[in-house]
Design a protein around this ligand. Sequence first.
Ligand SMILES: [Zn+2]
Ligand SMILES: [Zn+2]
Length: 312
Amino acid sequence: MDRRINESGRGYVPQEEIKIPPVYHFPPPIIKSINWLFNFFFPWWIAYFAFAYLGWFYLSPSIEKMAVLDISWILLIWLRNVFLLTIFAGGIHWWLYIRKNQLLDYKYYSRWPNEKSNKFLFNNQVKDNIFWSIISGCTIWSLYECLILWMYASERIQTISWNESSLYLILCIFVMPFAGGVHFYFIHRFLHIPKIYKIAHAVHHRNVNTGPWTGISMHPLEHIPYFSFLLLWLLIPVNPYIITLTGLFWGIGPAQSHAGFDKLVLFKNKTLELSDYFHHLHHKHFELNYGNIYAPLDNFFKSFHNGKIPPK
Ligand SMILES: [Zn+2]
Ligand SMILES: [Zn+2]
């Protein structure tokens, strides 16, 4: 039976090996590529779009206010990002780890994270992860976002309106995760240089049995390069909604990919793809799968692992 932890108790292993997405084949098979892209964006991107909509249209200061740098509205953006991350990561955590809605079904590790461990701050993985995510993660994410929003609001850089160039803006949204995946690959390789790993990246890798709050549980020296991807929008003019969406995709998205469960069990045993087995293998074995499956530079740099043959 596919859905339970396997008989040896080693946790859930997807049956299919990880493959390079068809969009990267040459020539790309049309139907398979469209299908892959559809599954990439739906349904999770509906949540990201909705969170960004709520964040930008209902929980952001006015453009006039943001035109002048001031701590009060920067604090508001920080609070908004903390709130949205808490709803998303906290919601998944509550459903899977507190309510234990599907027990260990589809969980990559067949055990729950240790409640107490002295390798974590406060001797507790969840508290440690929440601390790094909110105090460092949301702060650095919000500072980048505020800097760019301020530059747009004060007309230091150009804003593109939806009426003016909606197709261009849709294209920017479409390209954003893939461009971000390339950026992530290179900063991640940099973070694995032994000395830098020890100072910065080890905070994220404390987590082997990951959970939703692990997503952006990182050292500030990792958050600074990680969220620097937002600076792309200083070079390419877009709309403030896309700036907020970008922050949210890289801010709350990792809660999904680190949730530790391959699938979310819905009503009547229907399932929804949830976490990222490709990145789970990185947490398990360290020196492989540095990037994301949707920007498969690991294949090019020979660090790709398909999850089937045991790594050397
Ligand atoms: Zn990770
Ligand atoms: Zn790593």
